[in-house]
Design a protein around this ligand. Structure first.
Ligand code: ZN
Length: 269
């Protein structure tokens, strides 16, 4: 009331005209701003895709997954095997793909071991191996990805999700690593964000299944975040369609898709 009285009619009309003009020419901007505001609310459930085993021989499958992630405006983490980054010219296609994945802003490249060695459950690259072995493999992977692509990795997950207490000591030496996916053993000395809330979309390794995922999701619907593990290199064509359906299903639930490190950052004040 007071404001109205202070403004002369002429000024009011100018103001209305300007407001009208602004609404007329800028509706997409306004809509975008509104959706950003609602998207930043911390109450939305977070979905983190953890795709394992990016290497030269699996790059085509990861490209298919990346295409779906991009087309559906989603996010994902791709776990790279370090020794696939050795060499140079002959791997140009592969190396360019890694850079392109990273440049989408939708895909986080994370450390998934150097040689992915696994002999059963008890002897793997990061289980029952000496400290020096684990340390060197871990460091080599981080160094290679930085030297080749300029990417500082912030997330780690072991081959087969198998690790031991030595692994904890090793990764604590690398402050750049802030997220640890599916730690087998975890204790209070861990300096990383430990992501353990696993919800499976693969019924057995590599067997992605829509109904199986929906059942698992529904039973755990109240969780603040979920990590969904996948192995695109093991999927047949139908498997990629299933990923698309799973993303569409999750969108109906109003979730936020984030990469592992993005989720870590979102928790910081
Ligand atoms: Zn793996």
């Amino acid at each position: 009331m007071t404001v109205k009285n202070k403004l002369c009619p002429g000024k009011n009309q100018v103001l209305l005209f300007i407001t009208g003009l602004f609404l007329l020419i800028e509706p997409p901007f306004l809509l975008k701003a509104q959706s950003t505001i609602s998207g930043s609310q911390a109450t939305r459930q977070v979905i983190i895709f953890k795709f394992d085993d990016l290497r030269e021989s699996t790059q085509s499958a990861f490209q298919k997954a990346a295409d779906i992630i991009t087309r559906k405006e989603c996010k994902a983490g791709f776990g790279i095997v370090g020794n696939s980054c050795e060499g140079n010219g002959e791997k140009e296609t592969y190396f360019n793909r890694i850079k392109n994945f990273n440049n989408t802003g939708r895909i986080e490249i994370w450390a998934h071991g150097y040689d992915h060695f696994m002999r059963g459950d008890t002897l793997t690259e990061f289980r029952n191996m000496p400290y020096q072995h684990q340390y060197e493999h871990f460091k080599k992977t981080l160094d290679l990805v930085y030297e080749k692509f300029g990417i500082i990795m912030h997330t780690f997950g072991t081959p087969g999700n198998k690790s031991d207490s030595t692994t904890n000591i090793v990764i604590n030496q690398f402050p750049q690593i802030e997220v640890y996916l599916f730690p087998f053993l975890s204790d209070t000395t861990n300096k990383q964000l430990l992501l353990k809330s696993r919800v499976d979309m693969e019924q057995g390794v590599g067997n992605i299944n829509y109904e199986y995922f929906v059942k698992n999701y529904t039973e755990r619907a109240g969780r603040p975040y979920m990590v969904l593990q996948g192995h695109p290199a093991m999927w047949k064509e139908e498997g990629f369609n299933t990923l698309g359906r799973i993303i569409d299903f999750l969108k109906t639930k109003g979730v936020d898709f984030m990469t592992p490190y993005e989720y870590c950052k979102s928790l910081k004040p």
